[in-house]
Design a protein around this ligand. Structure first.
Ligand code: SF4
Length: 119
């Protein structure tokens, strides 16, 4: 469960920067289940690069949490950072390349797709 519904409450409570060392921490978390372990990383969905830990269970992403000790975001995440990982477990997510043959998209190997070049 997320620490807030970032669809309704996009940015969460205001906690303005108040000078060096005086920006309050706020650990934003969104998990679908308790992770077996946390892996240090960062959000790459924009150029901010907010620090986060990725929760992993059985080799799958099961959530994220903000890193409160990082000076970029002090644990905060917007809706993309908090929810973007959910798509990784979507049952209809593409996991193999599709190439167009005869007007239809069909599965191909990565080598085949990469070998096609640009159109
Ligand atoms: S959490 Fe939001 S602001 Fe931070 S890097 Fe991701 S998309 Fe950018």
């Amino acid at each position: 469960m997320p620490t807030r519904d970032s669809i309704r409450d996009i940015w969460g409570d205001r906690s303005p920067y108040a000078g060096p060392g005086r920006w309050p921490e706020r650990e934003d978390v969104h998990t679908s289940e308790p992770p077996e372990r946390w892996v240090q990383s960062c959000c790459v969905l924009c150029s901010n690069g907010c620090a986060l830990d990725i929760g992993v269970t059985g080799g799958r992403i099961v959530g994220v949490r903000g890193r409160v000790d990082d000076h970029v975001n002090r644990g905060r995440h917007g809706p993309k950072g908090l929810n973007g990982w959910v798509a990784n477990n979507a049952p209809d997510r593409l996991t193999r390349p599709l190439v167009r043959r005869g007007g239809r998209l069909v599965e191909a190997s990565w080598d085949e797709a990469m070998g096609l070049g640009s159109v």
